[in-house]
Write a protein that binds this ligand. Structure first.
Ligand SMILES: [Zn+2]
Ligand SMILES: [Zn+2]
Length: 432
């Protein structure tokens, strides 16, 4: 083998695609139902967009971006997260129009690139389904975003999902907290892991979500953001909790949820699947009231969510869930003999032109081999003719589901099969 796919990437093979389509179509349907419209942004952006929005000191920007110069000498970066490109497009295309109070609700399903250490469920190219709601500071919108994710997991059969909720404060109260946290950690610097010792200056909040047991122990008694929230942030947090309770979504307050991106303000949340081991994080998000301004726009509040589709599919696999075999449909055409082979090619073309799923065996093997093939490919019917049958103007139509067959005039067979096929579509499986 000469070439291999790049480390940390994956080929999604034909037998896995129905799982992907189920996840994507479910997300698309629910996001649409919630009033979100799809947006598709370029796979790369100016590097500076991510440096400004995600934060120069974050792991993502400092260590994980795929950044390159194009032939014009511009620094470009493959999208390492989904929110900043959407905000850039929101501003560049003036999606809010002339009403600054208008809420613009967008969703996307897109690959995301991070130079991370590959492990189960973590890829250098992974796929994110996300939503962004721009223009409103209402706590009810934070709850709506979480509700959408909640229904998405449930629609995919992931019922055992915990919602962990926190507030990371705002530009008023967070600096106060960061100083308190630093003061507390100063006495414990030696106990922290190497990463956290680096984070101490640049990004001490991230020390709270370090998985290293020593760091966990240090932060067990650390001051928490929730104790330091300003009045505005405290009120917002209480409202979000109230709306979640009104909707009927259970959650746990978890002061360690800080998210790895600088732009979050107030609400931060994560969804965690039960019994999934180390790769249990199924998605998360939060409010980012300063992000639009950081990207050069007017002050505009926003809240969003990102769901890692690889993790969701792994969780389904762990639970033994899978898309069932699609319903049988379409026609496999079998011509036995020289004239019949020509007939089969023409018959196939007419079926396809009539919109019927159809195929044939270009090796023109034995009847038995072809019938096996038709069965394995999930066809509902086989249309079979030999030279002698054709000379009588007849074709045999065999129903592979009921194992019955009948002889039809070749002329009427197209119409018959296309009407049967339309009927299949009505009750058929959308994920075939
Ligand atoms: Zn605050
Ligand atoms: Zn650590």
């Amino acid at each position: 083998m000469r070439y291999k796919r790049p480390r940390g990437t994956q080929d999604i093979l034909p037998d896995q695609v129905s799982e992907w389509r189920l996840a994507e179509e479910t997300f698309r349907r629910i996001a649409n139902d919630f009033g979100y419209s799809e947006i598709r942004t370029p796979i790369f952006e100016e590097t500076d967009l991510f440096v400004r929005s995600v934060g120069a000191e974050t792991d993502i920007v400092a260590k994980e971006m795929y950044t390159f110069s194009d032939r014009g000498g511009r620094s470009l970066t493959l999208r390492p997260e989904g929110t900043a490109p959407v905000v850039r497009a929101f501003l560049e295309n003036n999606l809010q129009g002339t009403d600054p109070g208008r809420v613009v609700k967008l969703f996307y399903i897109a690959p995301v690139f991070r130079y991370d250490r590959p492990q189960a469920g973590r890829y250098r190219q992974h796929h994110q389904a996300g939503i962004e709601a721009l223009g409103s500071a209402s706590p009810a919108l934070d709850a709506e975003v979480m509700h959408l994710a909640w229904l998405f997991y449930s629609a995919l059969g992931l019922e055992q999902v915990d919602l962990l909720l926190n507030s990371v404060g705002c530009t008023v109260c967070r600096p106060v907290y960061v100083e308190r946290l630093r003061a507390y950690l100063a006495g414990h610097a030696r106990a922290l892991c190497d990463d956290c010792r680096r984070r101490y200056e640049a990004n001490p909040l991230r020390i709270l979500d370090c998985k290293n047991p020593a760091c966990r122990q240090v932060t067990a008694d650390a001051p928490m953001m929730l104790d330091v929230l300003c009045d505005d942030c405290a009120r917002h947090f209480a409202e979000v909790r109230k709306v979640l309770e009104t909707i009927g979504i259970t959650y746990q307050v978890d002061p360690r949820i800080v998210r790895g991106l600088d732009y979050y303000t107030k609400t931060a949340f994560e969804f965690v699947g039960k019994g999934l081991g180390a790769q249990d994080a199924l998605g998360g998000g939060g409010r980012y009231d300063g992000l639009v301004e950081a990207c050069g726009g007017p002050p505009t509040p926003g809240v969003g969510l990102g769901i890692g589709l690889e993790r969701v599919l792994l969780a389904r696999q762990a639970l033994g869930l899978s898309v069932g075999a699609p319903a049988r449909r379409g026609v496999f055409v079998i011509g036995l003999g020289e004239a019949a082979a020509q007939w089969a090619i023409a018959f196939l073309a007419r079926l396809r032109a009539a919109g019927v799923r159809a195929d044939l065996d270009y090796r023109f093997r034995s009847l038995r081999a072809q019938m096996r093939h038709a069965d394995a490919m999930g066809f509902r019917y086989a249309a079979i003719a030999g030279d002698e049958e054709l000379s009588r103007g007849e074709v045999t139509v065999r129903d592979l589901e009921t194992a019955t067959q009948e002889s039809l005039p070749t002329e009427g067979a197209i119409e018959y099969l296309s009407s049967m096929s339309r009927r299949e579509h009505c009750g058929g499986n959308a994920h075939g």
